[in-house]
Ligand binder design. Structure first.
Ligand code: CP
Length: 315
């Protein structure tokens, strides 16, 4: 595998899930694969899980890591070509990506959506500029529109916990006080469409994700109706896509509660974390035996290990 910008870079999701579960069983099986190589990790936004799980994954493969918080430690980057750089941005991506490529054997980038401009966010300027100017493999640690490492970890978690032939999986919008990007929701939709399941999206009107990603998936505007018979409930907030970046509704009626979980087929509860307790889901749900949130975070290690392994194997 030459890069990991989206789930589509995986040759096969089902094989990736299988291989990641094998890595989880025997995490040191490839402990020398990354010897004498290093992974640069550039963060334009905060992280707990992505940063630590990716570093752990690298260590399990013998890779060294170099981590930089680009937002406050590096020179502010200019991404526009042909511009006279008389403003606040001190370094052009052309030099920055070329320089990083000399120090690192692969580079992972986290750069969220601005939520100010749909057009700019959809251009994936940071991730794609590194892709354009770096001469090493680029890995997406959550970009403006996708979070494929999370979606792969979610797929692993569903595979490990599924008890029925064809599970019903509900991705439900949930409230949040801040406007959040669409990346996790987008990648979850893409992942769910690649596995054998009955998948529906539950959301209030106005919160439709990008129609190019939703495609012909079923959207249900009544959350309780959507939850009936569900085997997995994945809660996530995202802001409006059509009224880009806006919060249209903040009331708590869409919070996942124990009462709502009773409508399901004893469903497992999922969320990518971090989660606002008693806003997105109640304590009772998060602390229940059916909550997979900590296991999902654990599987972030094997999701990242699988991706790094595939890139290392490519040479
Ligand atoms: N789920 C996730 O990506 O967590 P972090 O933002 O903490 O990395």
């Amino acid at each position: 595998m030459e890069q990991f910008l989206t789930l589509n870079d995986l040759p096969s999701l089902s094989e990736a899930i299988y291989e990641a579960i094998e890595l989880k069983r025997n995490p040191f099986a490839f402990k020398s694969l990354g010897n004498r190589k290093n992974l640069g990790m550039l963060f334009f936004n905060p992280s707990l899980r992505t940063r630590l799980s990716s570093q752990k994954a690298a260590q399990l493969l013998g890779l060294k890591t170099m981590v930089m918080n680009f937002s406050n430690e590096a020179w502010a980057l200019e991404f526009e070509d042909g511009i006279q750089m008389s403003g606040l941005r001190s370094e052009h991506i052309k030099e920055a990506a070329s320089v990083v490529s000399q120090y690192c054997d692969m580079v992972a980038i986290r750069a969220f959506a601005s939520l100010n401009s749909k057009e700019n966010d959809e251009k994936e300027i940071v991730l794609k500029s590194f892709k354009k100017y770096a001469s090493i493999p680029v890995i997406n640690m959550e970009s403006a529109t996708s979070h494929p490492l999370q979606a792969l970890a979610d797929a692993i978690t569903i595979k490990e916990n599924n008890k029925v032939k064809r599970p019903k999986i509900v991705l439900t919008w949930a409230p949040h006080p801040k406007a959040l990007p669409h990346a996790v929701g987008n990648s979850f939709v893409r992942m769910a469409n690649k596995i054998d399941c009955d998948f529906i999206i539950a959301q209030p009107k106005g919160y439709e994700l990008n129609p190019l990603i939703v495609g012909d998936n079923t959207i249900v505007y009544n959350q309780e109706q959507a939850l009936e018979g569900a085997d997995f409930v994945y809660a996530k907030n995202w802001c409006s896509y059509s009224d880009y970046g806006k919060i249209l509704k903040t009331d708590d009626t869409w919070m996942i509660t124990a009462k709502k979980m009773k409508l399901t087929n004893n469903a497992k509860f999922m969320h990518c974390l971090p989660i606002r307790r008693n806003i997105v889901a109640s304590d009772e749900v998060l602390d229940s035996n059916n909550s997979l949130i900590i296991e999902q975070a654990n599987n972030r290690t094997y999701s990242a290990q699988l991706v790094l392994k595939k890139i290392l194997e490519n040479g």
